[in-house]
Design a binder for this molecule. Structure first.
Ligand SMILES: [Zn+2]
Length: 318
């Protein structure tokens, strides 16, 4: 088989922890078998196989390209991948230094201990003032590449947000008409209930007022005298007033019983709605959290452009 015109790039061997079971020997043999004139060794985070690789490539008459698929992570946003390949010996030395430095930033990412580069390390060794500038090729790597992840993170976020929104439909929104109507009705009933309590207390005082003094006065004064007539008139009016108050009191008590009843029916309904609204709001904060740190649609192009420009400046070589 003679299917490869130039060379094989981006290949990993068992030097890449938990990433490949292929030996360097098999890689070189297969590259040779495919007719490649060159092959690159880009193990994940390490360059430990390069000596054996160079020796075997030379033996097979192939051009060995020494490289690494670096992990790039600033904080804990997830390690992204970046293929770096030495163009020459200067580039090789810069690569060795950068990989060594990445070992001072080892962290466990997705269950694997990764030596991580970051933009400081990349700038220092490959930027315009770095030893390896123009001597190392950087490529966009894979789906977990430094640029690709900007897009995939966006897609994953959209998927997650869509899932959370679907879940949200099972619950009551704080703006749902039914919830707003019931809380408003309960509030109105609550205000009326307190008003009635005050009014009943006030009427109670009048209804319980004693007429004994007026009755004594009416009995004490002689019949037929003006004073006696007036005392009886006053007693009669007071009795009439008390009767009216008692009727009003009964009407208020009846209204309060109705209000109490309506509130007791509405209360469990609102409690249930409030629990549902709380779930809705919890999902809403998860949606907002997921959207944080993810470029909005209109800015994704700009974020990608800026990031691509940053890498182009470091690995500009023509
Ligand atoms: Zn990769």
């Amino acid at each position: 088989m003679n299917g490869i015109k130039y060379g094989i790039l981006h290949s990993q061997t068992d030097n890449s922890m938990r990433d490949s079971v292929m030996t360097v020997e098999k890689l070189v043999a297969q590259a040779k078998n495919l007719g490649a004139s060159a092959a690159a060794l880009t193990d994940h985070g390490v360059m430990t196989g390069y000596m054996e690789f160079m020796k075997l490539c030379r033996k097979e008459g192939m051009n060995p390209i020494v490289g690494v698929e670096a992990y790039v992570e600033e904080g804990n946003e997830g390690a992204r991948h970046l293929i770096l390949m030495a163009k020459d010996y200067i580039g090789f030395k810069a690569l060795i230094k950068a990989v060594s430095e990445s070992n001072t930033r080892i962290a466990k990412v997705d269950g694997i201990w990764c030596p991580r580069m970051n933009k400081d390390i990349l700038s220092k060794h490959f930027g315009p003032n770095g030893e390896g500038h123009w001597h190392v090729i950087g490529t966009s790597s894979c789906i977990k590449g430094v640029l690709a992840t900007l897009i995939t993170t966006k897609m994953e976020t959209e998927k997650k947000v869509e899932m959370l929104k679907t879940k949200q439909k099972e619950y009551e929104s704080p703006k749902a008409a039914g919830f707003l109507k019931n809380t408003k009705a309960f509030e109105t009933l609550n205000i009326r209930q307190r008003q009635l309590e005050d009014e009943i207390a006030e009427l109670n005082q009048i209804a319980n007022r004693s007429l004994m003094a007026l009755e004594h006065r009416a009995q004490e004064v002689f019949d037929g005298s003006d004073e006696g007539n007036l005392a009886r008139e006053v007693l009669k009016a007071a009795g009439k007033e008390k009767e009216m108050v008692c009727m009003e009191l009964e009407a208020k008590r009846q209204e309060k019983r109705t209000v109490d009843q309506e509130m007791s029916v509405l209360k469990p309904v609102i409690q249930q709605q409030k629990a549902s609204v709380a779930k809705w709001e919890q999902l809403q904060s998860q949606i907002e959290e997921a959207r944080k740190g993810c470029a909005a649609d209109e800015s994704l192009d700009e974020v990608l452009r800026q990031e691509a420009c940053w890498y182009r400046e470091k690995f500009w070589y023509w």
